[in-house]
Ligand binder design. Structure first.
Ligand SMILES: [Fe+2]
Ligand SMILES: [Fe+2]
Length: 286
């Protein structure tokens, strides 16, 4: 499922050097990619970084996981949520810290992460409603879906500013503006770097295909996860449009609803639930 050679060339034309992730993120990725890693490896790693451990525990105790303040240690979180959830959660939280948090006139990272967390909450709500078995960790899949945008902002800054200007001043849809200026979009950029960084396939696929979940390149076992993130992203946009009168596209492909066993009429109820649950999660990262 790797990015095509042609797209890789375009990414490399825009980004001179693949940025290096912090040590803690690389070590978390080692434990995620190593089937022999143990719960002790993960708790040890997370506990070494007090700020990371505190954020993971706040997230564990948020309305996202519904454990309401009961979990005081990383070991306990692993017992309750499972090893795999806690390591992916730690990865998601530490990836946020990797990116520059300062806002400028073109981009506000806190708004970006709020959208990402709203999407993560929507993933969780959709799966809760449809009773599907989730493949991969919904929190991180939702959180990182637009990874390519924040990579563009941080590592292709001049081109990114031109994209935002075209989008905001001329009303050109964001992805069209990206294609015009970068000759690729944030799904391509995010996929390329997520692969370079050795993110596991269940995190790469939604980054690559949250706008085109029916693409032939989506691995069969991750098609539903891509569909959930696709729908969750659109629901997050609907809530944001409602709040700021924006003009983002949010029409849902009926094939995705059919695939997930949902009806358009039911989306309003899901969106209302996301709105109620997301505020708490977003406040943890501000
Ligand atoms: Fe996107
Ligand atoms: Fe998005």
């Amino acid at each position: 499922m790797s990015v095509s050679d042609e797209k890789t060339r375009r990414v490399l034309r825009n980004i001179t050097e693949v940025p290096t992730l912090p040590e803690v993120v690389n070590r978390l990725l080692d434990t995620i990619n190593d089937p022999d890693s143990s719960a002790g490896d993960v708790s040890g790693l997370v506990e070494q970084d007090a700020a990371l451990a505190a954020r993971v525990l706040r997230m564990v105790n948020s309305s996202f996981y519904g454990l309401s303040g009961k979990v005081a240690t990383i070991q306990r979180a692993i017992v309750i949520l499972g090893f795999s959830t806690v390591k992916q959660l730690a990865l998601g939280v530490s990836v946020i810290d990797f990116f520059d948090a300062d806002a400028d006139v073109f981009f506000d990272p806190s708004e970006f992460w709020a959208h990402s967390l709203r999407t993560a909450t929507a993933c969780k709500t959709i799966v809760g409603r449809t009773g599907r078995q989730a493949h991969g960790d919904l929190f991180v899949q939702g959180l990182l879906h637009d990874l390519g945008k924040i990579i563009e902002r941080q590592f292709m800054r001049t081109a990114f500013m031109r994209v935002v200007r075209l989008h905001q001043r001329e009303g050109v849809p964001f992805r069209v503006a990206e294609e015009r200026i970068l000759e690729l979009n944030h799904a391509d950029v995010g996929q390329y770097l997520a692969e370079q960084w050795r993110f596991p396939p269940d995190l790469v696929a939604p980054v690559a295909h949250h706008h085109d979940p029916f693409h032939a390149g989506v691995p069969a076992d991750l098609a539903e996860a891509c569909m959930v993130v696709y729908l969750a992203n659109l629901l997050a946009h609907r809530l944001e449009n409602e709040a700021d009168g924006g003009r983002r596209e949010s029409a849902v492909d009926p094939r995705a609803l059919e695939r997930l066993g949902l009806a358009e009429a039911g989306l309003e109820g899901i969106a209302a639930e996301v709105k109620a649950r997301a505020a708490d999660v977003i406040s943890l990262f501000q």
